[in-house]
Design a protein around this ligand. Structure first.
Ligand code: AMP
Ligand code: GLY
Length: 424
């Protein structure tokens, strides 16, 4: 087979991990990342095109005869980048705009799950403030208020009491805190239990799971502090048995893939099921239409198969489970964040020690840039140190060993990544 030029869209740690894995494929000759970061610049060629500049990306893909485009973030997927690349005759890995509604409209996803009998929290959808408040007054237990549209991970308020829920409804429906994304809201039953991220690769018919993973969303140890994009992750969680993964595939993933195909909107790409392991069994918290961040930084190091070949097979409707071989053992990643993250933080802070990290650990960069030949911070989540081990404890210890080599002023990270108490 001829070697491919590949275009990867995005600029986070997830994209660095994707570039790292795709660069190992014998099918891939050259990788461009739009716009990328200082980490992807080492493995690939960054091009200054924004992730939402679909016309610019199509023009670039044509000019460079790109044989595979991989889209990292949700916003371009929800905006229909896959439809437009496909219409232009350019091979692209990811769901169409219609299929991406599983993430871009929580109301769509909830109605779909109810129709397909996929286990999830009970919910009702509202656009009218008075009706929503009336429903809340009679809700049988604790609730979660969710903006239906994309709200950059901030549109979910897990409520401890009715007053908090009432305030959230006002904020979303009356004050339009998330703009159009919160013109429609869900009042959802609050579920309890450990969470799990299961990412599956699918060609629209066949779905194959990657190793299950868990991320740590809160900013500080012991799950204290505000929610973040994710302060670390590990895979596989010891409490998640192969039998549990089989059950999730049978009760959640297969009906989702079948249901989307039956509707004439087959889902092709990576489907990320955010799950809660409740006392009633696994239930869906949310779907994402993309790879998770930082889950990707622990899942891809455990993938033995050729990711470019897998993605091409998904596009061609030829995915088979044998392609998705995985390594034994575990992987853990510790995110190092800027001072103040997830609030406001400085940028341009010099980072040292990146080259001192032992070569069997991987530093996936996220918010980094190069200024005057020096790598500096450019975002909240700056990087993640990822390490494999024969077991989780070894992987975690090695990732923390890697962290000790890296310094930047104000760096903070959790010290309890991979600890079971922080998952409950
Ligand atoms: P989402 O953006 O829907 O994944 O929600 C963000 C986070 O809010 C999830 O990872 C959960 O921790 C929490 N969450 C969302 N929905 C529920 C629910 N129904 N019950 C309990 N927690 C929830
Ligand atoms: N780690 C959570 C996410 O990618 O949405």
């Amino acid at each position: 087979m001829n070697q491919l030029s590949l275009l990867l869209v995005g600029s986070g740690g997830r994209e660095h991990a994707l570039a790292w894995k795709l660069a190992q494929s014998p099918l891939v000759e050259r990788i461009f990342v739009a716009p990328g970061n200082a980490g992807t610049a080492v493995l690939a060629e960054n091009v200054p095109i924004g992730e939402n500049d679909t016309a610019g990306l199509i023009a670039f893909a044509r000019e460079k005869a790109i044989g595979l485009t991989v889209v990292g973030p949700e916003a371009p997927l929800a905006a229909g980048i896959v439809d437009r690349f496909t219409a232009a005759g350019l091979p692209v890995f990811g769901p169409t705009q219609a299929a991406a509604q599983l993430e871009s409209s929580k109301a769509f996803a909830k109605a779909f799950m109810q129709e397909m009998n996929i286990p999830t929290a009970r919910a009702a959808v509202f656009t009218d403030y008075q009706e929503a408040q009336a429903y809340l007054a009679h809700a049988p237990g604790p609730v979660v208020i969710k903006a239906s549209g994309l709200a950059a991970g901030k549109g979910v308020i897990v409520c401890d009491d009715t007053a908090q829920a009432a305030a959230a409804l006002q904020q979303m429906l009356l004050d339009r805190a998330f703009g159009a994304a919160s013109d429609e809201v869900l009042i959802e039953e609050r579920m309890f239990g450990p969470e799990l991220s299961l990412l599956v690769l699918t060609d629209g018919v066949t779905a194959v799971p990657l190793p299950p993973a868990r991320d740590h969303k809160r900013a500080y140890d012991h799950d204290k502090g505000p929610n973040t994009g994710g302060m670390g992750a590990y895979a596989p969680p010891p409490d998640v048995t192969p039998a549990l993964v089989d059950k999730i595939m049978a009760t959640i993933i297969q009906p989702t893939i079948q249901g989307m195909a039956q509707r004439g909107t087959p889902y092709v790409g990576v489907l990320y099921a955010g799950l809660m392991l409740t006392s009633d069994g696994p239930k869906v918290v949310e779907f994402n239409c993309r790879f998770g961040d930082p889950e990707t930084q622990v899942v891809l190091p455990l993938l033995a198969g050729d990711l470019a070949a897998i993605m091409l097979a998904c596009i061609q409707g030829q995915l088979s489970p044998e392609m998705v071989q995985t390594h034994a053992g575990a992987c853990a990643a510790v995110v190092m964040a800027s001072a103040g993250y997830p609030g406001s933080y400085p940028t341009g802070v010099p980072i040292t020690g990146l080259n001192d990290v032992p070569s069997d650990m991987i530093v996936f960069q996220a918010g980094t840039a190069v200024q005057d030949h020096q790598t500096v911070t450019s975002g909240g989540r700056v990087l993640a140190v990822s390490a494999r081990g024969d077991d989780l404890a070894t992987a975690v210890a090695r990732a923390y060993d890697g962290v000790t080599h890296i310094r930047f002023a104000g760096a903070h990270y959790r010290t309890d990544i991979g600890k079971p108490f922080s998952t409950l």
